[in-house]
Ligand binder design. Structure first.
Ligand code: MN
Length: 218
């Protein structure tokens, strides 16, 4: 956590799919909020790695992609939480990378199979230190990612299709949210592949920065 040596005991890792319009379109699956609900997938908590790490290029993919995301850290339990009360569950925020075997994810998606091999990749849930911001609902702020210094993703948190309050309200219909749950809130447009030797850097305005080095193949 920012300015402290304490670590937040992480419970579960939730990920929101298609939560920026321009990214939904680039994935070929536009979102109509009037008829759609948010959807989620999870990753094994052991896939978590700290910002600054060097990770192996994972096996069985030739299209390993970055997704820059705002991460919401839950600090209080909640079930069937009303949007108006959602801020009570917020502990803070971090920068995150939802690294993805895009080739395997899209095959699974198009065949109606689970996304695990595409998404639940070892060392694929990258997280920066958490900025404690209890009760603060982030509604805007630049989110940006670069590879080797070249900007690839640039958007604003005000473009989230389902905002922070709506995500907590909706996800808490399905799960008893617990302290230490991390919610990766979705990625903006511009996702793309990395290769061994690449360095990813990113930031979210008011939250912090993140970095990841892609090492040789595992
Ligand atoms: Mn994602």
């Amino acid at each position: 956590m920012r300015g402290q040596s304490e670590r937040l005991p992480v419970n579960r890792l939730f990920f929101v799919g298609r939560n920026y319009h321009a990214h939904a379109v680039e994935m070929g699956r536009p979102v109509d909020k009037t008829s759609a609900r948010p959807f989620y997938f999870t990753k094994t908590p052991s896939t978590l790695v700290a910002s600054g790490a060097t990770v192996a290029y994972p096996p069985e993919t030739s299209n390993y992609q970055f997704e820059m995301e705002l991460v919401l850290a839950i600090g209080a339990p909640g079930f069937r939480v009303k949007a108006e009360a959602a801020h009570q569950l917020i502990y803070g925020y971090a920068c995150g990378l939802d690294m993805t075997r895009r080739d395997l994810q899209l095959v699974a998606r198009d065949q109606g199979r689970p996304w695990d091999l595409g998404k639940d990749v070892e060392e694929s849930s990258v997280c920066s230190e958490i900025m404690p911001m209890p009760g603060v609902v982030l509604e805007q702020g630049e989110i940006e990612l670069s590879v080797n210094g070249q900007v690839k993703q640039k958007s604003d948190l005000n473009k989230l299709i389902w905002n922070i309050r709506e995500l907590i309200a909706d996800l808490s219909l399905f799960y008893h949210l617990q302290p230490g749950d991390l919610i990766y809130t979705g990625t903006p447009e511009g996702v793309g592949p990395v290769v061994s030797g690449d360095r990813i850097t990113g930031h979210v305005e008011g939250v912090g920065e993140i970095a990841l080095n892609v090492g040789p193949a595992a």
